[in-house]
Design a protein around this ligand. Structure first.
Ligand SMILES: [Zn+2]
Ligand SMILES: [Zn+2]
Length: 338
């Protein structure tokens, strides 16, 4: 079978791989149909993902069809359209015992620590496979995983109905956070240097948009919140500067949610944190968000298909990566068809 492999940083190829076979009674074989390309795939390609090893078949935003099931699989049938929850944890460590398997000491993500779904077939445990509504498109199903990342951020930020939520960055993850915060009943503002992206965010329900290249963000947020500041700030950009900005935009008793992996230091004076008793937390992968997000997609009321801006055949994967390399304002989610 064909697979999309990053052999080493900078070298991406379509390779021939042995088709995987079921080896356990609880396993499921999936014919992969589409795969989203994510910022983290680009980091693997560039050798900038601290968790990746090489060679690696990439792909963790996956949609496919069940084509074979092990003897003990009862919750899935051949022909089901499914999404993969691409994460494996040990179940034994402190984080796992705290019901936080996403930060397990030995967490492994498909397509990062182990081979992913950028291939024609994949064999995985049934516990990681979620059935979806048959009328969802393959490209739409591949959006479920990035939506769980948005759901996790909203969960970590404890977003409540009526909260003012400020999101930094209107890329795909920022947009997923926006949608999930709106569903939670919050008023949501989002910032980006790109007007096209802000326009799209408005069409997705943003109550306020701001371009930091033109407008003073702190002032604008102060007006928007009658001087009190944002109750939740989600930083979906993750530079040292955006972390500082996130803290500066908060109200008292606010939550700041960080998604970035930058190593650069941020300068934050502790008085801001103590005085307002801020909660500053990280958000990584997701915990138990798949059920919630799959339910939302299955309701067929979410209408998020337009997040997909480009689709490529797998044989044109290099072209797709090229597009992601210098994305224009019109590039949102890029999907590979397998
Ligand atoms: Zn992703
Ligand atoms: Zn663990």
């Amino acid at each position: 079978m064909k697979a999309i492999e990053v052999k080493k940083p900078g070298v991406l190829n379509i390779v021939d791989k042995e088709e995987p076979e079921l080896t356990d009674a609880n396993e499921v074989k999936i014919r992969i149909r589409s795969m989203g390309i994510c910022g983290s795939d680009m980091h693997i390609y560039h050798g900038e993902n601290p968790f990746a090893s090489y060679p690696r078949i990439i792909g963790h935003e996956l949609a496919g069809e069940v084509i074979e099931i092990g003897e003990s699989v009862t919750n899935l049938s051949i022909g089901d359209k499914v999404v993969l929850e691409p994460m494996i944890s040990c179940g034994e460590c402190y984080a796992c015992k705290q019901e936080r398997p996403n930060v397990c000491e030995s967490v492994e993500v498909y397509g990062v620590h182990r081979d992913g779904g950028g291939s024609e077939m994949m064999v995985v445990p049934d516990s990681l496979v979620h059935r979806v509504h048959p009328s969802l498109d393959w490209s739409e199903i591949a959006l479920i995983e990035p939506f769980t990342i948005g759901a996790q951020s909203v969960y970590r930020g404890n977003v409540q109905s009526g909260d003012h939520v400020f999101i930094i960055g209107a890329g795909p993850i920022g947009l997923c956070c926006l949608k999930m915060a709106k569903i939670a009943g919050a008023s949501v503002a989002i910032s980006d240097f790109n007007e096209e992206r802000l326009k799209f965010a408005q069409s997705w329900g943003a109550d306020m948009v701001v371009n930091p290249g033109i407008t003073d963000v702190e002032e604008k947020v102060s007006q928007w919140t009658d001087g009190s500041g944002a109750n939740v700030v989600i930083d979906a950009v993750g530079t040292s500067k955006t972390v500082e900005q996130a803290v500066s935009l908060t109200s008292a008793a606010a939550r700041v949610v960080l998604l970035g992996f930058a190593k650069e230091l941020s300068a934050i004076s502790q008085v801001h944190i103590t005085k307002k008793e801020l909660t500053i937390c990280g958000s990584r992968l997701q915990t138990h968000q798949f059920q919630k997000v799959v339910r939302l997609f299955n309701s067929l009321e979410l209408n998020v298909k337009d997040l997909v801006s480009h689709q490529f055949d797998y044989s044109d994967v290099k072209e797709a990566f090229q597009l992601m390399e210098n994305p224009s304002a019109h590039v949102r989610k890029v999907i590979i068809k397998l």
